[in-house]
Design a protein around this ligand. Structure first.
Ligand SMILES: C[S@@+](CC[C@H](N)C(=O)[O-])C[C@H]1O[C@@H](n2cnc3c(N)ncnc32)[C@H](O)[C@@H]1O
Length: 264
């Protein structure tokens, strides 16, 4: 049974407020890391698994992507994404990514941002993504760092709320975790860094980059509390390629783009 916590009204309201107030890690830490791994998006066909409010779908179109498909298990997230979007080049699909029938070689770039730690069948999703990418295509994923999902209970704090240490336990015991995050009983799946990487390799991908990003200096000025991300890495961000897909500086012509005319 797949969890759909984003359709829980209390969770949805809390999450929307977090994102609207930029109180999370997205804009400060995750976004710059993911953007640093992107190829030139012009003319690319993009799939976003766990597309949420559709931020990346609109960003990709703004950077010239030919078409973008966003898939999300939550009807509330899909409805909000549709409300925020007026672009015929973006299609939103209300469906669990595990069930989405990815067409063979239909995409140049697949992203899944801060979603795969909600998914039990990581390998099954990777196999579908691999089939769905053309040769030379790229997959970029971000997840909560396995150090954080191992015990899933956050920082130990002193009486004033200052972070003392981040307890890690049961790191090698992969599987389901229950967490209080916005509401009680949020289910996540813990897997180790080596499982994240090795499963990609087993599915046929090559590893292009692995990042454990911290807050940018600009973000730290606005939000000094994000210094905790230099003590304990909150996120893991990986770029993987299907036979190629070398990372090149954003803005220059990427290998993905060179091959855009000869899609398989
Ligand atoms: C933390 S939000 C991230 C949204 C977006 N990727 C972003 O970075 O702004 C996680 C999203 O994953 C979706 N999600 C969770 N499990 C999913 C699944 N099995 N299939 C598709 N979407 C899922 C949730 O509904 C939610 O919209």
């Amino acid at each position: 049974m797949k969890q759909n916590i984003y359709d829980d009204p209390a969770f949805f309201a809390g999450y929307r407020s977090l994102r609207e107030n930029e109180a999370g890690l997205n804009a400060a830490i995750e976004d710059p890391a993911v953007v640093s791994l992107l190829p030139d998006l012009r003319s690319l066909r993009v799939l976003d698994l766990g597309s949420g409010f559709g931020d990346f779908c609109r960003f990709a179109r703004g950077r010239g992507a030919a078409q973008v498909v966003g898939v999300d298990i939550s009807g509330k997230m899909i409805a909000e994404a549709a409300n925020r979007t007026s672009d015929p080049g973006i299609t939103y699909v209300h469906m669990a990514m595990e069930d989405y029938p990815v067409e063979v070689s239909a995409y140049d770039l697949v992203v899944s941002r801060l979603t795969l730690h909600y998914v039990r069948n990581y390998r099954g999703v990777l196999d579908a993504i691999y089939r769905g990418l053309r040769i030379g295509g790229r997959f970029i994923l971000s997840v909560e760092h396995p150090i954080c999902t191992a015990r899933c209970q956050g920082w130990n704090r002193d009486a004033e709320g200052n972070p003392l240490f981040f307890p890690v336990d049961d790191y090698q015991m992969e599987g389901e975790r229950r967490q209080n995050w916005i509401v009680d009983g949020v289910t996540k799946y813990h897997r180790t860094v080596s499982t994240y990487v090795d499963t990609l390799l087993e599915a046929g991908f090559s590893l292009l980059r692995l990042l454990e990003p911290r807050a940018t200096e600009a973000a730290l000025k606005r939000r000094p509390e994000l210094r905790t991300a230099t003590r304990c890495p909150p996120l893991l961000v990986i770029a993987a390629g299907k036979s190629g897909g070398e990372i090149v500086a954003e803005g220059s012509r990427a290998s993905l783009n060179h091959e855009a005319g000869s899609r398989t």
